[in-house]
Design a protein around this ligand. Structure first.
Ligand code: ZN
Ligand code: ZN
Length: 317
C-alpha cells in the first residue's frame, strides 16, 4: 500500500465540497443577470473578454499551470511570481496550492483510478466539473495532501497566505468593477467572465481527454483540440502537454497557436521570464521539431484505453 492510499480516506459519495459549490453556484446565478438587456453595454463585454484573458490566460494557464505546477519557466523579480498568483486568484478557481496539487496528481495518475478528474473513469461531466464537488472521491485538501503534491509551495509563506485568503482577490476585483462601471461591469466583467473562465478551464480536463487528435503516444487519453486551445490560450494542445509536461510551449506545430507561450516569450524579451523549457527534440529534427511530429503522425488517433465509468463515481453526479 502506498503512502497516498494511506493518506486518502475511503470514498464516500455523500460528502460535498460546500464552499466551492456555494461560491461557484453564486457565480452562475449572478451570470444569469446577463439575460437582462439593461445590464449590457459594449464596454462591459470588452471588459469581460479582456479579463477572461487576464485571469484565465495569464492567471490560470500561464501562472497556476505552466509556472507554478510544471515550473516550465521562471520569472523575475521574485515578487512577480506572487503578483501573477494574485492574478490567478481572481479566476475564482481557488488558491494556487491545492490547484497545483490536484494537477500534479492528475499528471502522475492520468486516467488511472486515482486520477482526480478522468473522463475514462467518470464520464465527461465528471471530468468537467462534478469531480471537485465530491472531495472524498478525488482529493481531500489536507496539509498532508498539499505537502505530498506541492512541497515547494507549502514551504513558501507568501504562497501559503495567498492560498488561504485567495477569495479576497476576486471579491476586490468584483467591488472595483462595480465602482468603476456599475452593474454592467459587475455582471459581465465579474460574473459572466468568471463562469466562462471556469468552464473553459474545465474543458481541458474533459474535452481534451475525449475529443481531438493525438500527436504523441502517451499513457493517457489526452488529445489536442483546436477550439479548446483557442478558448484556453493554448492549453487545448493537451496531448502535446502530456507528452512534454515541463515544456513551456504546448502548441508544437506552426499552426497550433499557443497564446500563453507567446506571452511567456514576450516577457522574456523584457527580462521578466527566463529558464524557458522546451521539448527535447533530436538535433537532426530542426527547430520545429519535425522528427518528433512525424513520429506522431503514426500515433493512434483514439485513446488506447476506454473503460466504463465506475459506478461509485456515477452515483456522485
Ligand atoms: Zn499540466
Ligand atoms: Zn490531462
Amino acid at each position: 500500500m502506498t503512502n497516498e492510499t494511506l493518506a486518502q480516506p475511503k470514498p464516500r459519495v455523500t460528502r460535498l465540497a460546500w464552499p466551492p459549490l456555494l461560491w461557484i453556484g453564486a457565480l452562475h446565478a449572478g451570470a444569469l443577470l446577463a439575460f437582462n438587456p439593461a445590464y449590457f453595454t459594449w464596454q462591459a463585454l470588452a471588459v469581460c473578454v479582456f479579463l477572461h484573458w487576464v485571469s484565465g490566460g495569464i492567471g490560470i494557464c500561464m501562472t497556476y499551470h505552466r509556472l507554478l505546477t510544471h515550473r516550465s519557466f521562471a520569472v523575475r523579480p521574485r515578487w512577480l511570481e506572487y503578483a501573477l498568483t494574485i492574478v490567478g486568484c481572481t479566476a475564482s478557481e481557488g488558491g494556487a496550492i491545492h490547484w497545483v496539487a490536484d494537477h500534479r496528481r492528475h499528471h502522475a495518475h492520468s486516467d488511472e483510478e486515482t486520477d482526480v478528474h478522468s473522463p475514462v473513469h467518470g464520464g465527461f461531466g465528471w471530468a468537467h466539473m462534478f469531480w471537485w464537488m465530491t472531495p472524498d472521491i478525488t482529493s481531500v485538501h489536507t496539509p498532508a495532501y498539499h505537502a505530498r503534491w506541492a512541497p515547494d509551495l507549502v514551504k513558501d509563506p507568501v504562497h501559503v497566505w495567498l492560498d488561504r485568503y485567495f477569495i479576497v482577490f476576486p471579491l476586490l476585483l468584483g467591488a472595483a468593477l462595480y465602482a468603476i462601471g456599475g452593474m454592467p461591469f459587475l455582471v459581465w466583467g465579474f460574473f459572466v467572465r468568471s463562469v466562462l473562465v471556469l468552464h473553459t478551464t474545465w474543458l481541458v480536463n474533459s474535452a481534451t481527454h475525449v475529443w481531438g487528435y493525438r500527436s504523441h503516444e502517451t499513457r493517457d487519453s489526452s488529445t489536442n483540440l483546436w477550439w479548446v486551445a483557442l478558448l484556453t490560450y493554448g492549453e487545448g494542445w493537451h496531448n502535446n502537454h502530456h507528452a512534454f509536461q515541463t515544456s513551456a510551449r504546448h502548441g508544437l506545430r506552426w499552426w497550433e497557436v499557443d497564446m500563453t507561450y507567446i506571452a511567456i516569450k514576450a516577457m522574456s524579451w523584457v527580462g521578466l521570464s527566463h529558464a524557458i523549457k522546451l521539448p527535447k527534440i533530436r538535433a537532426t529534427a530542426g527547430a520545429t521539431g519535425e522528427a518528433s511530429l512525424s513520429r506522431a503522425r503514426s500515433a493512434s488517433k483514439k485513446p488506447r484505453r476506454r473503460r466504463k465509468p465506475k459506478s461509485v463515481v456515477g452515483a456522485a453526479k
